[in-house]
Design a protein around this ligand. Structure first.
Ligand code: TXE
Length: 490
């Protein structure tokens, strides 16, 4: 049994309460690790360490910070397989995906390391000759980074790399379901040369440890990935202290297939959108909007290909669909399958838990496809976060756009067409932060990612993300300090 404490000021320390929470292996169901059950006292200690480290860290040169982030990137690449295997064990992600994901994660640290000394203020051309006015970007202070269970280290990289490059210190709170990889990751910062206290991690329950972090007055900004309900709650809590937030809150993304699409590519794209990562991804293309003229043939081919997916051991390179990460999530998916049936959708594939070969008797759901879905059904409007696809037919381009946008969320969308004009028109019209044309589920360190509408606030990745962790100061320097009339605005 592995036991993880909190990581504070460069050391693994026991939680003040002395209490721990179990962490299970979603595939085998066995408890394999324990994580600290932290409370306000642990959050206070981590925040105090980060606050103490902040002045020196903020005054290192951006180039120095960039070098350290580059050191870290190289160490991540060395440790990628080990970190990936921990995520497979702790949250059931596929090794086939994790082998690449933990390696590519290094690129976020490298990119923001490179960006650190390229954030330039400007000299403002004032309408007066006697004053120099320039802007500079300054770090915020100690930021709180709260991550979800579906991709702990990658979601952290999207926040932490930008926060550190900008000169902030951090207190991290990973999901109580999947904290192990974050704790294994922490000592790598020391090896890379980061001063103790710059990066800290506390683990525990959302309403104890997480809320204490949100409410701590010395945490000056929050970045969060998780459910829309928790995101809204955090936003409200943060408002009491006027803390800025970056929120990434999932979606109900349309994957729109036109009759002029490359048929086989579109089938693969829809499958990757909903069954990859067992559908436990914020960018899941959980609504397939298919033009009526190809609807039946498309569903037939989709279920044929998806029906061949290998379900089972996430440590096997041949597995396509793994277990559901958490027990509540497992129950939630089964609940939504029932809701879809009750509301009149037709289940044409799956629709139950999976107990077949490779399931090891634990939390597996069959890849599931519903047809006869209308966009007003709960299965089309609410995030399931599992391998459950709703297929909705449409007739015209206008109708596809209307259905695609008729949702509270706005994280991403897919568009499958060979018509370039249509690709541009539909991409422009969709109200979401990312549109993929003839591809799906692509992200990169240098491309902005974030949501419209209830999918979130702010952007991660890309140049603008570093501004989420900086504030602008405008400096005015008078060359002539004589004051003619002190009672009027200058
Ligand atoms: O998320 P929560 P959960 C969705 C998905 C899933 C649902 C619930 O639909 O079924 O969320 O998952 C911390 N103050 N997504 O319960 O509650 C919590 O400890 C501060 C979408 O795991 O949002 C964890 O670290 N922190 C998503 C993190 O918030 C609090 C990815 C997320 O937990 C807190 C995962 C509080 N009061 C699930 N309460 C996506 N956008 O990709 C909880 N937390």
């Amino acid at each position: 049994m592995q036991t993880y404490g909190n990581y504070i000021n460069g050391h693994m320390v026991e939680p003040v309460s002395g209490e721990y929470l179990d962490s299970d292996n979603p595939y085998t169901g066995e408890i394999w690790a324990q994580i600290a059950r932290s409370n306000v006292a642990d959050v206070n200690a981590a925040t105090a360490a980060a606050s103490a480290a902040f002045p020196a860290w903020a005054s290192t040169t951006p180039t120095t910070r960039g070098k350290l982030l580059n050191n870290l990137a190289a160490i991540i690449e060395r440790e990628a397989l080990r970190l990936g295997e921990i995520e497979v064990r702790d949250n059931g992600k596929l090794i086939a995906e994790m082998a690449g994901q933990t390696t590519v994660m290094a690129e976020w640290y490298r990119y923001f390391g490179g960006l650190a000394d390229k954030v330039e203020g400007s000299v403002i051309p004032l309408d007066r000759a006697s004053t120099l006015n320039y802007t500079r970007y300054e770090p915020l202070g100690v930021v709180g980074l709260i991550t979800a269970w579906n991709s702990p280290l990658l979601l952290l990289a999207w926040k932490l790399a930008a926060a550190l490059a900008a000169g902030n210190c951090a207190v991290i709170k990973p999901s109580e379901f999947t904290s192990a990889s974050t704790l294994e990751f922490m000592p790598l910062f020391e090896e890379a040369g980061f001063p103790p206290g710059v990066v800290n991690a506390v683990t525990g329950l959302g309403n104890e440890c997480g809320q204490a972090l949100v409410d701590h007055p010395d945490i000056v900004k929050l970045a969060f990935t998780g459910s829309d309900a928790t995101g809204q709650h955090i936003y409200q809590s943060a408002a009491k202290q006027l803390k800025p937030v970056t929120l990434e809150l999932g979606g109900k993304s349309p994957n729109i297939v036109f009759e002029d699409a490359d048929f086989e590519s579109a089938v693969m794209g829809v499958i990757s959108g909903i069954f990859a990562a067992t559908g436990q991804t914020c960018i899941a293309g959980s609504r397939a909007l298919v033009q009526r003229s190809i609807h039946d043939a498309f569903v037939e081919r989709l279920t044929e290909v998806a029906g061949e997916a290998t379900i089972g051991d996430p440590m096997s390179m041949d597995t396509h669909v793994g277990p559901v990460t958490t027990e509540p999530q497992f129950q939630k998916i089964l609940h939504y399958i029932n809701v879809a049936r009750e509301d009149g959708a037709t289940c044409v594939m799956g629709g139950d838990l999976y107990t077949g070969p490779g399931s090891a008797g634990t939390r597996f759901v069959q890849p599931t496809v519903f047809t006869n879905v209308t966009n007003d059904m709960r299965i089309a409007q609410e995030e399931v976060f599992g391998p459950v696809l709703s297929v909705i037919p449409f007739d015209t381009e206008e109708e596809a756009i209307q259905i695609g946008n008729d949702i509270n969320f706005g994280l991403a969308a897919g568009v499958w067409t060979q018509n370039i004009g249509r690709a541009v028109r539909v991409s422009d019209a969709l109200r979401c932060g990312t549109v993929w044309v003839n591809t799906y589920r692509a992200v990169s360190f240098n491309s902005p990612f974030g949501g419209y509408k209830r999918s979130g606030l702010g952007r991660e990745s890309g140049q603008e993300a570093i501004k989420e962790y900086l504030q602008t100061k405008s400096v005015w320097i008078a060359q002539d300090s004589s004051v003619a009339n002190p009672f009027v605005m200058r």
